[in-house]
Design a protein around this ligand. Structure first.
Ligand code: ZN
Length: 305
């Protein structure tokens, strides 16, 4: 038995070594000029491990990369990571510890059984081959609007389970799915000082505006946006030490909450009317983003062996 274990261990090590050797030859084989012509999403999408450098979020949420990423363990005391095959449970340590704190606090105080965590970032951040304009610097995370079950899900279940949609349409929440625990979870997330904003589908914001009593200032961070009907997106501020990370503007709605004019705009037709197709020939597709379009520091991050 012991011998078998040793052999298995050896094989695993050899396999890991050959994979990482392959990774480095891929990049090493690419001359600098070829690297500059390769779409950045491909370079970053191929990296399976983080860059062993001091942790640093580099650039902006939608154009940048991540050095020294750490991973959120796939199982925690109050969370489980979903869609493991995507390998996107990497983030800046500040993001990872915030998620861990939110998970534990929400379980303790809000009656939320645990977080089902979706995409955070790739091991080296950067643009992705599929989905997401942002999530590039390890400071964005998607969390499902669904409570974790009491048992540990299998890897297969984590691929297959569909998240529940909490709205009926872009104006109404679904009262059969929405609970007060959802509201409490979002309030808690928005109340952490390091959180910059949280994206939700507009009827969720409307529901929170109806629900919130007392200090309502946290509502300013809850930003209505398309596509967030089964998950919410937490974005944190640039952490200390990430000197080349750029914060976004701070939401300061005139009414202090965004529950007035801003929400009314989302409840209207304007955001939902598809733009008219311009007449004439279609515009030329833009060339894909390459390393030269990212902050200079990202070259070292993606090429580090
Ligand atoms: Zn997101």
């Amino acid at each position: 038995m012991k011998n078998i274990l040793i052999v298995v261990g050896l094989l695993t090590t050899l396999f890991a070594a050959s994979v990482s050797a392959q990774n480095s030859t891929n990049l090493a084989a690419l001359a600098a000029s070829a690297i500059d012509k390769t779409p950045a999403k491909q370079l970053f999408g191929e990296q399976k491990t983080p860059a062993a450098m001091p942790s640093k979020a580099i650039g902006t949420y939608a154009r940048g990369c991540l050095a020294g990423a750490v991973s959120l363990p796939v199982n925690g005391p109050a969370w489980q990571v979903m869609r493991l095959s995507r390998n996107r449970n990497w983030g800046h340590p500040a993001m990872i510890s915030l998620l861990e704190r939110l998970a534990v606090d929400a379980k303790k105080y809000d009656g939320w059984n645990g977080l089902m965590v979706g995409d955070i970032a790739q091991p080296r951040g950067g643009p992705m081959l599929s989905g997401h304009a942002s999530h590039q610097i390890g400071l964005d995370a998607d969390v499902w609007l669904m409570q974790m079950p009491d048992r540990t899900l299998t890897a297969q279940e984590r691929e297959k389970i569909s998240p529940k949609i909490v709205v009926k349409n872009h104006r109404q929440i679904d009262p059969k799915v929405w609970t007060e625990a959802h509201a409490k979870l979002l309030k808690r997330a928005a109340s952490y000082p390091e959180v910059a904003r949280i994206f939700v589908h507009p009827p969720i914001k409307a529901e929170l505006c109806r629900w919130a009593t007392g200090d309502r200032s946290w509502l300013a961070k809850i930003r209505p946006y398309f596509g967030h009907n089964y998950h919410f997106h937490i974005r944190i501020k640039c952490p200390e030490g990430s000197t080349s990370c750029k914060n976004q503007w701070t939401p300061k709605p005139k009414d202090g909450t965004g529950c007035g004019e801003e929400l009314a705009w989302w409840m209207g037709d304007k955001p939902w009317v598809p733009p008219k197709k311009p007449s004439g020939p279609p515009p030329k597709p833009r060339p894909p983003l390459t390393l030269t379009g990212l902050p200079a520091e990202c070259r070292a991050v993606v090429t580090q062996k």
